[in-house]
Design a protein. Structure first.
Length: 403
């Protein structure tokens, strides 16, 4: 019975009262967002179709609702729209009237509140104006009351809403146009338009205020055809697509692998230096070498290039604790392997140095220096050097000079 009574009241209100000027996308005669009425094929004006409540709510004295348009822009150039109409239901009768009408709105059967058909017509008109195929997909209706607040909510996806300007730029502008002009000309006093940036993009220019990559416009506000909303978005540092994140992850992984390989190589060199004396020896010998190097570093460095070749080798050996690998001498002097091998053989024949073969390396020592690092014992060192010299494997005239 109550629903029948509400229906009677609704018919009376339609006969006596002017239509309510509360629209999500109203006409020029309403204090709301202006829309070219030719954009909608339905005879119901956009004002009534968008937000005007059923006459039952008007009969109960419900105040003009507030409308919020939220556009969540997407990297694929679509826009997820949410149109929310909020009513202030102060009395039990107002709340009861809203509850009766909410069920019809959730089922998509209501002839009031924001309607997907209106936006589908607008998308078709914008498609004609821009030459891009646009459509409204996945519309959903919801109605809920919490306390004294009732809300009608329409959600849908508007495809190809943003224009692709190339070079990873998207433009918000031309989807608001139709062949006859713009369909969004005003915001009423109780309306808010909120536009959020596509994920992975940033606003680089806009003719309207924005903060934190979000544009929020409150009514009342009018838009002229020549100065309509225009926002330019460009991809930020990380970008919008998952491929960018994959690329970054690959780079990070490559850096980690390179560091691991480098550290492992350094560990191998350190172990080799412990076996083949040079830059690294056992702690006692290394400590003595460090003291000798520190003492030798006090006087000004001698210019070895002014010395004869054999004297230069002797200076190098003195600076390095009396012993060096043959390969290290090649590196220090920047001479060829053959020259160093010939010079060392000549100096060994003159007993100015000793050569000891260790694996594929030659260890060069001054006379009186123990090649094994066990201390200075001239006889033992000489004997070892002689044995090494007598070994055919240490012959400097071999086909491949050792390093």
């Amino acid at each position: 019975m109550r629903f029948v009574a509400l229906g009677v009241v609704f018919l009376v209100c339609l006969a006596l009262a002017p239509p309510a000027a509360v629209a999500a996308v109203p006409s020029d005669t309403a204090a709301a967002t202006s829309v070219d009425t030719t954009a909608a094929s339905t005879p119901v004006p956009p004002v009534a179709q968008a937000t005007a409540p059923d006459g039952a709510l008007a009969a109960e004295g419900v105040a003009e609702p507030t409308t919020t348009f939220e556009l969540a822009l997407q990297p694929d150039r679509s826009a997820d729209w949410t149109v929310t109409v909020t009513y202030d239901l102060r009395t039990d009768d107002q709340q009861a009237a809203f509850a009766d009408l909410a069920a019809a709105y959730r089922d998509g059967e209501a002839e009031f509140g924001p309607s997907a058909s209106l936006y589908a017509n607008l998308a078709a008109r914008a498609s004609e104006a821009t030459g891009r195929e646009m459509s409204v997909e996945n519309p959903s209706y919801d109605a809920v009351r919490r306390g004294t607040t009732g809300r009608l909510e329409l959600s849908f996806t508007w495809t190809n809403f943003l224009a692709d300007a190339g070079e990873e730029r998207l433009i918000f502008n031309d989807a608001l146009s139709t062949p006859d002009g713009t369909w969004l000309s005003t915001l009423s006093e109780n309306q808010v338009l909120r536009i959020t940036t596509p994920r992975g993009y940033a606003i680089t220019s806009a003719n309207v205020p924005f903060a934190d990559n979000t544009v929020e416009l409150e009514g009342p506000r009018r838009f002229s055809p020549d100065d309509h909303i225009r926002i330019t978005f460009e991809e930020s540092v990380l970008g919008a697509g998952s491929l960018r994140f994959v690329g970054i992850a690959v780079i990070i992984a490559a850096v980690i692998i390179a560091l691991a390989v480098l550290l492992r190589r350094n560990d191998r060199i350190a172990v080799r230096d412990r076996v083949l004396p040079g830059d690294g020896d056992d702690p006692d010998t290394a400590g003595a070498a460090t003291i000798e190097e520190s003492a030798a570093a006090d006087p000004p460095d001698e210019d070895l290039s002014l010395l004869a070749d054999d004297e230069r080798v002797e200076r190098l050996l003195e600076r390095n604790g009396g012993r060096m690998r043959q390969a290290a001498i090649v590196e220090e002097t920047d001479w060829s392997d053959a020259k160093v091998s010939q010079l060392l053989s000549s100096m060994a024949d003159e007993e100015r140095i000793s050569k000891l073969r260790i694996g594929r390396e030659n260890l060069i020592t001054l006379p009186g220096v123990d090649a094994t690092g066990g201390g200075a014992d001239g006889d033992d060192a000489t004997g070892t050097a002689d044995d090494g010299a007598g070994d055919p494997s240490t012959d400097s005239d071999s086909d491949a000079p050792p390093r």
